[in-house]
Design a protein around this ligand. Structure first.
Ligand SMILES: C[S@@+](CC[C@H](N)C(=O)[O-])C[C@H]1O[C@@H](n2cnc3c(N)ncnc32)[C@H](O)[C@@H]1O
Length: 263
């Protein structure tokens, strides 16, 4: 029996089939309970509190360990659920961030621990990188780590759905942040479009997931945990031209990252 942090259930083996089946029945049960008894909605104070707590989990020994802790779990790569070192998928996902073509000033909306910006800064030292983040503990830690790793990245504490501390940038991007804003994501998106011409999103976009057992489980999870839905209908309604690509990869196999570029 394998323990995973992804669902509160042990998985009989490391096989894809066992993971998907266990997760499917787990979320089907949670989905039915949600309809019968309701569920609490994701709020700003809940997000702030949980990400403040999350900061304790980081290994701060070196930049590489900070970027990815050395542990095994289930992940999604090449559209397959695998079990093994998380480094296999995490560094693949970091590499995908380079699709934003970093130049000038780049702002990450919801920078968390700062790890995406540290990765990018180490590859593009001449680019200016700024992180905006609502959790005070995350901002404090990001600033400390920037000093420790000698990476010149700026961080500001702010709510990305409200007034921003900066007015202009060349590129704005998110990575798994709009997912936390199932009702207020349009405000964050308009703020991104307000400061930068180039907007890139790396988010779980359930409308684009496949219609197989894994895709159905992912959709149930999104409803149960109150995560982002309705992004592509919103872009269509507003007539915002965009292109997308499923990355077929996820640190959490139930939360595949999709890359969306707004034109
Ligand atoms: C899943 S984490 C992703 C962090 C980072 N982008 C990464 O890829 O490692 C989501 C982050 O979004 C931040 N966040 C959520 N709502 C926010 C808001 N309204 N304003 C700013 N940051 C927010 C959370 O505090 C958290 O750090």
């Amino acid at each position: 029996m394998i323990k995973t942090g992804l669902i509160k259930k042990k998985i009989p083996s490391t096989s894809e089939r066992d993971f998907v089946h266990t997760a499917f029945w787990y979320f089907l049960e949670s989905y039915i309970k949600m309809w019968l008894f309701g569920r609490s909605k994701r709020t700003t104070s809940f997000i702030k509190m949980s990400y403040d707590k999350d900061m304790k989990k980081f290994d701060k020994a070196s930049l590489e360990k900070y970027l990815c802790k050395d542990s095994d779990d289930f992940y999604l790569l090449n559209d397959k659920v695998e079990y093994g070192s998380l480094k296999n998928v995490v560094f693949y996902l970091y590499k995908q961030l380079e699709r934003i073509n970093p130049r000038g000033t780049v702002v990450e909306f919801g920078s968390g621990s700062g790890r995406n910006l540290f990765y990018l800064k180490s590859k593009y030292p001449d680019v200016k990188f700024i992180g905006l983040e609502i959790s005070p503990a995350s901002v404090k830690q990001s600033k400390e780590m920037a000093r420790k790793f000698g990476l010149d990245v700026e961080f500001y504490e702010c709510d990305i759905t409200k007034e921003l501390p900066i007015e202009k940038a060349d590129i704005a991007f998110t990575s798994h942040v709009l997912e936390q804003l199932p009702r207020t994501f349009p405000k964050a998106l308009e703020n991104m479009r307000g400061i930068a011409k180039d907007v890139h999103l790396f988010e779980p976009i359930c409308e684009l997931y496949p219609k197989n057992m894994l895709g159905i489980t992912e959709r149930m999870r999104i409803r149960v945990l109150d995560i982002l839905h309705g992004l592509t209908p919103y872009l269509k309604e507003k007539n915002y031209p965009y292109s997308y690509q499923r990355l077929k990869a996820g640190r959490n196999p139930l939360n595949e990252t999709v890359y969306v570029e707004l034109h």
